[in-house]
Design a protein around this ligand. Structure first.
Ligand SMILES: *[C@@H]1O[C@H](CO)[C@@H](O)[C@H](O)[C@H]1NC(C)=O
Ligand SMILES: *[C@@H]1O[C@H](CO)[C@@H](O)[C@H](O)[C@H]1NC(C)=O
Ligand SMILES: *[C@@H]1O[C@H](CO)[C@@H](O)[C@H](O)[C@H]1NC(C)=O
Ligand SMILES: *[C@@H]1O[C@H](CO)[C@@H](O)[C@H](O)[C@H]1NC(C)=O
Ligand SMILES: *[C@@H]1O[C@H](CO)[C@@H](O)[C@H](O)[C@H]1NC(C)=O
Length: 503
């Protein structure tokens, strides 16, 4: 009795300390590396997308919430509408299509274990890009699938976020689609968070907002407006801050910050940050120090609480660079304009942020852009325009400007030999399936902060398209994301973009 008493008195403070220290979550970076890239240096400690998605499904006991653009985890070499058409069984094996099948099976198993699965998806892309989710839902009351067409709400736009949330605590956010090619034929970057209920709770609010939109009558909740900020007529939800604040409707979603006398969404001086210590098991000195982390969301009408818009998070990641430091940016698309609206919008937010740090902070900014079969044709003009910052920087002997922009195209080998193997009954010269062999990751990392998103760098993705990003000041993640970028940047697959000839 006495010794038990002694034990309690002596040990209670220590127990109290352990119990009161904030719960930690584990974090890993996640990649997909296409087959046949022998010259790409592998970064140790990075997980593969296929295994992470399998684990998320495999570990789910109660709930699995998925946001997807489309579904194609099962390859379709027999479907003439598919970019997989005409490849043999051994081709498919060589491409790694089995990884997609394994992820699909792990979802089926979760569904059979009576895990409650909610699937929120865009739709409407041929050949049958919601068949798999429908099959999962078919005959299973525990699996719900909804299609949300954002074009009903924002004129154009799609659900483009790629997010998995398992049991309200384990998470994937990144560039990988629910597509077998995203596991072994497309270069992807994401983040895997394990045991992070606080972050999952906020993500679930966003998920529920999308879910709620899918059941609302968009005709009753949208307006055609003149958008002062972007100088265009466009359709937006009636609670949008692009509408004069006296004329807005009451939002059916949780509120975000209202600012009268301002058009559009304000830049928050103190966006919400999670103060959670991360365990980084792959890092040799797992410090467990507290570092701020955040989520950001698009489009801004889906913001809630003090969360920041995805555009702000990108801009501030660029601006987080220290004097003389380096910003690294990797993206599939880069365009300083909109692409899918009736009126074309000029969009210099990211290129301005880059020029600002090049001019005043002597920063180096390295930008890696995908060069592939579906390159947006005017990409090169915008890249050259960004490179022109270097010329402006050096344009006066009175400038104190020593920063620099460098841009490279990322060419995954085989990028120009993609598509079905058979077309109109004839063999093509393609050697890889359609829509593959591309750098699809979307992230930025300075010397202080890492940002991993699901959006391409084009206006529409920030203002009409559903996207989610995770960012952090955790140095282990910052350093490892830099290493992932540098492995690509310094590989023979990255080729410099030629600057404009100065006149
Ligand atoms: C659960 O996740 C862990 C890693 O976070 C993994 O090692 C384990 O294999 C997963 N379990 C299942 C059943 O997928
Ligand atoms: C969901 O799955 C069912 C099969 O149970 C299918 O009939 C339905 O069309 C799907 N719904 C959507 C919105 O995709
Ligand atoms: C730990 O990691 C740092 C940074 O990656 C590296 O410089 C150092 O050599 C590593 N130490 C060991 C013992 O692996
Ligand atoms: C700016 O950076 C360059 C190299 O990146 C360096 O050579 C130069 O000294 C720096 N200038 C200043 C003013 O720090
Ligand atoms: C495909 O790309 C490679 C590397 O850029 C190039 O050498 C080759 O000529 C291209 N082939 C075709 C058919 O465009």
């Amino acid at each position: 009795m006495k010794s038990l008493f002694f034990f309690l008195v002596v040990w209670a403070p220590a127990i109290y300390l352990v119990a009161s220290s904030p719960p930690s979550c584990k974090v890993w970076l996640v990649q997909s590396i296409p087959t046949d890239m022998p010259l790409l240096r592998r970064v140790p400690g990075v997980l593969s997308t296929g295994e992470v998605l399998r684990w998320l499904a495999g570990n789910a006991t109660r709930r699995l919430d998925l946001i997807a653009q489309y579904w194609q985890l099962l390859a379709q070499p027999g479907n003439p509408e598919s970019g997989d058409y005409g490849y043999s069984k051994s081709d498919m094996e060589r491409f790694g299509a089995n990884e997609g099948r394994d992820v699909y099976k792990s979802l089926e198993n979760a569904a059979d274990r009576m895990v409650n699965i909610r699937i929120l998806q865009h739709s409407g892309v041929y050949p049958d890009y919601v068949q798999e989710s429908s099959d999962l839902a078919s005959g299973r009351p525990n699996v719900q699938n909804v299609t949300l067409l954002l074009s009903d709400w924002w004129e154009s736009g799609i659900v483009h976020a790629k997010v998995w949330i398992s049991d309200g605590k384990d998470i994937y956010i990144g560039s990988a689609n629910n597509d077998w090619k995203s596991l072994t034929q497309v270069k992807e970057v994401g983040v895997y968070l394990v045991g992070c209920p606080d972050i999952a709770k906020s993500l679930e609010i966003y998920f529920n907002n999308l879910w709620r939109l899918s059941s609302l009558n968009s005709a009753a909740y949208t307006r055609l407006i003149w958008d002062e900020q972007w100088q265009a007529s466009r359709k937006v939800p009636c609670w949008s801050h692009f509408i004069h604040y006296k004329k807005r409707c009451r939002s059916p979603l949780p509120p975000s910050i209202e600012v009268p006398h301002v058009d559009g969404y304000p830049v928050l001086s103190d966006p919400y940050m999670f103060q959670i210590p991360f365990e980084t098991p792959w890092f040799n000195t797992s410090s467990m120090l507290l570092h701020s982390s955040y989520l950001s969301f698009a489009p801004p009408e889906l913001l809630f609480g003090m969360f920041q818009a995805d555009e702000q998070a990108w801009v501030e990641t660029i601006k987080s660079v220290r004097f003389g430091g380096t910003v690294r940016i990797s993206t599939m698309d880069w365009l300083g304009q909109s692409r899918y609206l009736k009126q074309t919008i000029y969009w210099s937010s990211l290129s301005s942020a880059i020029s600002e740090v090049v001019f005043s902070k002597n920063a180096t900014v390295n930008v890696l852009v995908a060069y592939w079969a579906h390159l947006i044709p005017n990409t090169d003009q915008y890249l050259k325009s960004l490179l022109y910052s270097d010329i402006l920087c050096a344009s006066s002997k009175y400038n104190h400007c020593g920063g620099k922009v460098n841009i490279k195209y990322y060419m995954v080998p085989g990028y120009n030999k993609t598509g079905a193997a058979i077309s109109d009954g004839h063999a093509t010269r393609n050697i890889y399936p359609g829509y593959s062999r591309v750098n699809h990751g979307k992230y930025a990392v300075s010397d202080t902060r890492a940002h991993i998103g699901t959006s391409n760098l084009v206006w529409d993705y920030f203002h009409t398209t559903a996207g989610v990003s995770f960012g952090t000041y955790n140095p282990a993640i910052v350093v490892q994301l830099q290493e992932i970028f540098d492995a690509d940047w310094n590989s023979p697959y990255a080729v410099p973009v030629e600057p404009l000839k100065s006149i």
